[in-house]
Design a protein around this ligand. Sequence first.
Ligand SMILES: Nc1ncnc2c1ncn2[C@@H]1O[C@H](COP(=O)(O)OP(=O)(O)OP(=O)(O)O)[C@@H](O)[C@H]1O
Ligand SMILES: [Mg+2]
Length: 269
Amino acid sequence: MAATFCLINQKGGCGKSSTCFHLAGAFAELGLYVLLLDMDPQGSLSQGFLGSEFVESLRSQETISMLFDDNSAFEPRDTLLRATPFDRITICPANHMLARFNLPEPEKTGMQQYAIQEFLTEQSGFDIVLIDCPPNLYRCSWTSMVAADYVLIPVPPEDFGTQGLRAVHQCIEQARQLNPTLRLLGHLITRRDKRLLVHRMYEQKLREMYGEMVMTTAIPEASAFKVALTRRRPVAFHDRRSKAAKLTLCLAREILDRIDMEERKRRIA
Ligand SMILES: Nc1ncnc2c1ncn2[C@@H]1O[C@H](COP(=O)(O)OP(=O)(O)OP(=O)(O)O)[C@@H](O)[C@H]1O
Ligand SMILES: [Mg+2]
């Protein structure tokens, strides 16, 4: 069974897609088979791997939208899985067509709430599933939480970055009513600039408030992430000796350690 993670925060630009993109590379580098689900109508993650023009040209049935589209009910669902230029990384892409399905009040959408969960139970051969969510808590984020084992919350250590965390926590609690196995894996400090006093202060505050629920590894603001993304290569493949690549590998290992601990706790319970 794959371990499934969704990356959620209502805050736009906090690094959800970038983290999915580079982490996929790090997990693949560690020899794991990664499935990426792009649940964001912006399609950033898909464009990162497959290019903007191609992604925008995909028909609804060729994107994750098909899981919500009654007209696609009889389409073969494995056409959704696309190889990327990288061994061990597969993606289910999204584009603007997903926007019409990303409605508020997702808990009122009946069985469609389980659309992603059901799709994932049909998949095999993957060790890790990473789900990139849009900057809101509508249907795309909700169905992802209903399908996931863990939530990772990327947070830039500043005022606007940390606002709205309470709403995310409440939403996780709500989703647990449909998916009791869902756990908060932790908050991931992203885009940190250690030279900024305000970042250092907010990081400390986050670590005081959430303790172990903040990942030890923090992701700095670094041009290596942007450059690798522009070249459409996760940093682990683009420049494996860079600090950015090493940190992303560190994060991947920390995630694996954490889920190992969770598994052990579950077995004892
Ligand atoms: N650690 C980082 N260092 C430098 N640039 C970064 C870093 N993380 C993200 N970025 C850049 O910041 C921008 C926003 O990041 P990203 O798209 O990952 O955020 P997001 O949370 O997915 O945004 P949205 O909420 O719109 O989906 C991108 O241009 C990305 O390349
Ligand atoms: Mg994004």
